[in-house]
Ligand binder design. Sequence first.
Ligand code: CDP
Ligand code: CDP
Length: 207
Amino acid sequence: MIIAIDGPAAAGKGTLATRLAARLGLPYLDTGLLYRAIGRTMADAGADLDDPEAAGLFARALRPEHLSGDLRGRESGELASRVAVHPPVREALVAFQRDFAARPEGAVLDGRDIGTVICPDADVKLFVTASAEVRARRRTDELAAKGRAVDYERILAEVRERDERDSSRAAAPLKPAPDAVLLDTSALGIDEAFEAAVRIVETAARR
Ligand code: CDP
Ligand code: CDP
């Protein structure tokens, strides 16, 4: 079974994907990490992130060792969304993601274009959303729990900016696949969101 999970930043994709993968015994690929690693490697090298050809070179040179280290922070997310607009970057990552999804047992993948571009034939497509305010609150709480003082309004502005860039780009924009099931987690806790996702997967599996 292939499960595709897409949606905007901090909607809860990673949390749901991790839990679904554990429940179903499937491997999980966080595709955002690939874009984060490319953005981070380019920034460290002093390369121009807005140059599509340069970004394509870095994407083709991506190796597993680039995926270690701290890539989950806000700055890496911002760098990721800048390199993710370039078609040469996206093209360089397609084969790796499709190979991962083609494992015999299946896989869970999360990102922005899994249901639309990478795995259009996925058995289950979940489009996870929540209001920008709720998502910014979650990110703020997450950072506060790590002892980092952050301004909610600033996080909200970053969330909106990333949503806008991801949704408005020409190459594989963030949008639900026509056959995706929408899951709005604005008013749901993690356990409730997970139970809703399990029901969606079970319904799809019965088809
Ligand atoms: O992967 P994505 O950026 O979509 O989100 P995440 O990292 O899974 O979740 C962002 C934060 O929201 C985490 O701190 C979660 O614990 C929290 N959260 C959630 O994921 N789902 C809810 N229904 C409520 C909170
Ligand atoms: O966890 P969060 O949703 O904040 O970010 P992420 O999933 O790690 O993705 C970081 C950025 O990479 C996104 O804002 C997108 O611009 C890009 N991305 C993408 O274009 N396509 C994907 N399949 C995954 C991520």
